[in-house]
Design a protein around this ligand. Structure first.
Ligand code: ADP
Length: 537
C-alpha cells in the first residue's frame, strides 16, 4: 500500500500514518469535548432563562390568586402562553384538574397522573445544578406523546408547586384551608428549537472549521515532512544506492544546517574517502600487475637464457668432439703440405700455387677449430688475482702495434682504486682483444675507442665493470640478441667465423660475470663486461 507515493513501510509513510492517527484521535477528542461543553453551556443558559421566566409567571399570577380573580389569572396565563418560545402554561390542582391553561380547551380536564411526564417528577425528581428548587424540570426528546406544536421538537418542561402561604388562607375568599401544603402546580413548556438550532449551528461550524483546519494542518505537515525528512532521506537513500553500485561521483545536494545537512556532508566525505581508497587500491593493483608482468618477463628471459645456455653447452660438447677429431689430421695436412712445398722446385709455379692454396685453406680450418675449442672451453682456465686495468693495458699494447690500429685513438678512463678480480689472464685477454678487433673492423680501422673501468653495484653486490665504446656504425637492433650466438657474423667469408663473442660470452660466464652490448644505430657500439670482485683473505 502506498501513501503520497511512499510505501507504508518507509520512514515518511510511518511518520504520516502516526501523525495522522494522533491528529485524528486528538482532533476527535477536542471536537467532542468542545461540542459537549457548548451544548451544556447553552442548555444551562436556557434552563436559567426558563427558570426566571417561570418565577416571573408565578409572580404575575400571585396577585390574581390572592384576590381570587380567576379571569385575570387566565388572561395572564394566556398572554404568557403566546410569548415567543413558550409552548404551554398550565396550572392544575393537586387532583390533576386543569384550572388555568394557555390553551383554553384544556381547562377543566384532568392530567393523567400515570403520564410519564408526571411520573418522571414523582418517581425521580431531578435536582437541577443551578439550584432551581423545588421546581422540577424535564427535557423531552422527540416525544410524540407530548402534545406540542411541531413534531420532533425538544421541549423543556418546568413543573413547579404553588405552596399555601398565610396570605392565601387568610384571604377574603377563604378558598384554601391552612392545613393544605400545596395548592396546585404550575407547568410551563419551553421550546428548545432555538437552542437546538444554535447547538446544530455551533456543531456544524466546529466540524467544518475543524475539518478545514485539520486539512490545512495535515497538508502543511505533509509538505514540511516532505521537505525536511522525505526528500533528504530519499536523496540520501539514492546516494547510498549509487555508492553500493560503485558510483562514487554521485553528489547529494542537501545544503541545510540541520542533521540532514550533516548527514549529506558525512556522505560526501565518505564517498570522497572511498574514492581515494579505491584509487589507491587501483594504483596498487596496477603496480602489482606491472610488477607481475616485469617478473614474468624476467622469468621468460632467464628461461630463454637457460635454454640458450643449454643449447650452447651441447653445441660446445659436439664442437669439442669434432674439433678434437679434425685437429690432428688437419695439423698433418698443413705439415705435409709445407714439406711438399719445400720439395717442389721454384720453376714449377703451378704446383706450388696449388699447394699454397691447400695450406691457406687448411690453416683457415685450423683457425676455426681453435675457435671451436675455445668456445667449448676445452682449454681449462687458470685463475689468479688480476688487476683488470693491467690486463686491459696489455691487450691495448698488443693491438696498437698492428697496422689496423694505427689510425685508432684510445680514450682511456680507468679507476685506479679498483679491487682485484679472480681470472685467467690469457682468457680475459682473448675477450678484450676480440672486442677491440671487432671495434676496429666495424670502424674500418679508423676512429676512437673509449675504454673505461669502474666499480658498480648490482643487487647490492659490487662488480668491476669494463666498458668499450667505439665510434663505428653501431649494431642493428635485430642483431643485438644474436650477437653472442656461435657462428653469427656479418663479416665476409674468410674474415669472420662468428665465434669470437660466443667464446667471450662463455669465458665471462665461467668467471661468474656478464657481458652485454648496447648500441644505437650510427652512434657506435658499447660492450660492458662485469666481473665479480675477488674475495681476498
Ligand atoms: P666475428 O668477429 O668472427 O664476426 P664475433 O662473434 O666476434 O664474430 O662477432 C659477431 C658479429 O658481431 C660481428 O660479425 C659483427 O657483425 C658484430 N660486431 C661485433 N662487434 C661489433 C662492433 N663493435 N660494431 C659493430 N658490429 C660488431
Amino acid at each position: 500500500m502506498k501513501i503520497f507515493g511512499k510505501s507504508l513501510h518507509s520512514l515518511t509513510g510511518k511518520l504520516l500514518v502516526l501523525i495522522g492517527s494522533l491528529f485524528i484521535i486528538s482532533g476527535s477528542i477536542a471536537w467532542y469535548v468542545f461540542t459537549f461543553y457548548t451544548k451544556e453551556k447553552l442548555m444551562d443558559e436556557a434552563i436559567k432563562y426558563a427558570g426566571s421566566f417561570v418565577e416571573l409567571t408565578k409572580k404575575s399570577t400571585h396577585y390574581g390568586m390572592q384576590n381570587n380573580q380567576r379571569e385575570t389569572i387566565q388572561e395572564t396565563i394566556k398572554a404568557i402562553g403566546i410569548a415567543e418560545g413558550i409552548r404551554k402554561v398550565r396550572i392544575f390542582n393537586p387532583e390533576g384538574k386543569i384550572a388555568y391553561s394557555s390553551k383554553v380547551d384544556d381547562i377543566g380536564s384532568f392530567v393523567d397522573k400515570s403520564d410519564p411526564t408526571c411520573q418522571s417528577c414523582h418517581v425521580s425528581p431531578i435536582r437541577h445544578p443551578l439550584g432551581i428548587e423545588p421546581q422540577r424540570l424535564t427535557v423531552f426528546k422527540k416525544a410524540p406523546w407530548i402534545i406540542t406544536e411541531g413534531q420532533g421538537e425538544r421541549l423543556l418542561k418546568f413543573v413547579t408547586p404553588i405552596y399555601n402561604e398565610p396570605s392565601c388562607y387568610t384571604a377574603k375568599c377563604h378558598v384554601h384551608s391552612k392545613n393544605v401544603k400545596v395548592l396546585g402546580l404550575m407547568e410551563m413548556d419551553f421550546s428548545l428549537s432555538l437552542i437546538d438550532k444554535a447547538i446544530w449551528k455551533q456543531t456544524t461550524f466546529i466540524t467544518v472549521f475543524g475539518a478545514i483546519f485539520a486539512f490545512v494542518l495535515s497538508l502543511s505537515l505533509c509538505l514540511i515532512l516532505y521537505k525536511l525528512v522525505s526528500k533528504p532521506v530519499t536523496l540520501l537513500a539514492d546516494g547510498m544506492k549509487e555508492v553500493a553500485s560503485g558510483e562514487l561521483d554521485y553528489r547529494v545536494e542537501i545544503n541545510t544546517k540541520d542533521e540532514m545537512g550533516m548527514l549529506a556532508q558525512t556522505y560526501t566525505r565518505m564517498t570522497k574517502e572511498l574514492k581515494a581508497a579505491r584509487e589507491k587500491l587501483e594504483g596498487w593493483t596496477r603496480a602489482l600487475e606491472e610488477e607481475v608482468a616485469k617478473k614474468t618477463e624476467e622469468i621468460r628471459k632467464s628461461h630463454e637464457q637457460m635454454i640458450h645456455t643449454e643449447k650452447l653447452a651441447s653445441l660446445g660438447r659436439m664442437a669439442a668432439g669434432v674439433a678434437h677429431e679434425i685437429n690432428s689430421p688437419l695439423t698433418g695436412i698443413v705439415t705435409f703440405a709445407h714439406l711438399m712445398l719445400k720439395r717442389i722446385p721454384p720453376e714449377n709455379k703451378l704446383d706450388r700455387e696449388d699447394l699454397e692454396v691447400i695450406i691457406e685453406q687448411a690453416e683457415r680450418c685450423s683457425k676455426i677449430i681453435k675457435g671451436l675449442l675455445g668456445f667449448s672451453r676445452a682449454t681449462p682456465s687458470e685463475k689468479r688475482l688480476l688487476n683488470i686495468n693491467e690486463v686491459i693495458n696489455r691487450s691495448i699494447r698488443m693491438v696498437s702495434s698492428k697496422a689496423d690500429f694505427h689510425n685508432i685513438k684510445f680514450e682511456i678512463n680507468m679507476d685506479d682504486t679498483l679491487p682485484p678480480v679472480a681470472g685467467d689472464l690469457s682468457q680475459l685477454q682473448q675477450v678484450f682483444l676480440n672486442i677491440l678487433i671487432n671495434a676496429s673492423d666495424a670502424m674500418n680501422n679508423r676512429g676512437a675507442i673509449h675504454v673505461a673501468t669502474r666499480r658498480v653495484f648490482e643487487n647490492e653486490t659490487a662488480f668491476v665493470e669494463v666498458e668499450f665504446t667505439d665510434t663505428g656504425p653501431g649494431i642493428p637492433e635485430e642483431h643485438l640478441e644474436k650477437l653472442f650466438e656461435p657462428f653469427f657474423t656479418t663479416k665476409p667469408v674468410g674474415k669472420g667465423t662468428g665465434l669470437g663473442l660466443a667464446v667471450s660470452h662463455g669465458i665471462i660466464q665461467e668467471h661468474g660475470g656478464t657481458i652485454t652490448a648496447k648500441s644505437e644505430r650510427g652512434k657506435g657500439a658499447s660492450f660492458f663486461i662485469r666481473l665479480p670482485i675477488a674475495e681476498v683473505n
